[in-house]
Design a protein around this ligand. Structure first.
Ligand code: PEP
Length: 263
């Protein structure tokens, strides 16, 4: 039976907007301004936006002094050097980023990023005071063949020692590949099953790590499905792609996270 008293969330909800390769110029500044507008009215939720590299510096200025934080979508593990086209953690830190998305499935699938490279990037992020948002998730074929937990466990295993050796905060985003940008979403029970498993692997390594790590769900999160997903006990927030490009939709998702669930 549902309790009359709202339960408190164990971890502060976190809503991250991944703008992907959109909103790289003036449009990015306008979207950031709109995010600042809605975030000022929200309590008890962290809001982060991840514009493309070309918009980072300008968006950093827009967000200055606001409750919205800045993330990059990727980094290169070395601090500097002859790595044409790459951007380091040091550069992101200097530019005002405090977060960075690592190992997004588009990076893994389109650019062939391995679990080992994701782990190197996680270490680089922590060295440069960036909170890594470490993405994991299975493909449709892997889910269909019952491999979901095995695949996700291997992805988490790859960076587990690195995040356990640090006391700095990290976030993990469970993003089933088949749900990203497709309009298909994992149902709350499918999401909760994987989130609870991730939490248990963290707990085995270090109970304090399990306690402080926010595990986000990503994959076609929209205002219509956000509340049900965010009500799951091990879902601490959302990594939002398409819907984060529209301030009204992103704001509605962040508002859903700010409301303490009543179960
Ligand atoms: C993402 O880019 O991380 C994502 C989850 O995209 P979408 O919300 O569009 O599925």
């Amino acid at each position: 039976m549902a309790s009359a008293q709202p339960t408190r969330r164990l971890r502060r909800p976190l809503i991250v907007g991944n703008w992907k390769m959109y909103k790289g110029g003036r449009a990015g500044i306008e979207l950031a301004e709109a995010c600042v507008g809605f975030a000022r009215d929200l309590r008890d939720v962290d809001v982060v936006v991840a514009p493309p590299y070309t918009a980072l510096a300008a968006v950093a200025e827009t967000l200055d002094g606001s409750p919205v934080s800045l993330s990059a979508q990727n980094l290169y593990p070395a601090s500097e050097g002859a790595f044409t086209g790459e951007v380091s953690g040091a550069m992101l830190e200097e530019c005002g980023c405090t977060w960075v998305i690592i190992g997004h499935s588009e990076r893994r699938q389109v650019f062939g990023e391995s679990n080992a490279l994701v782990a190197d990037k996680a270490a680089a992020a922590l060295r440069h005071n960036l909170v890594p948002i470490l993405c994991v998730g299975e493909t449709l074929k892997e889910r269909a063949s019952g491999e979901t937990l095995g695949i996700v466990e291997r992805q988490v295993e790859a960076f587990l020692d690195i995040i356990a050796q640090s006391t700095k905060p990290v976030a993990i985003a469970y993003e089933p590949v088949w749900a990203i940008g497709t309009g298909r979403t994992a149902g709350p029970s499918e999401a909760e099953e994987v989130h609870a498993a991730i939490r248990s692997w963290l707990f085995k390594k270090d109970p304090a790590l399990a306690d402080r790590t926010r595990i986000l769900y990503g994959g076609s999160v929209k205002p219509e499905n956000a509340s049900a997903l965010l009500a799951c006990p091990n879902v601490d927030g959302a990594l939002v792609g398409g819907a984060s490009l529209d301030a009204a939709s992103f704001g509605a998702i962040a508002s859903a996270a700010a409301v303490t669930p009543a179960t």
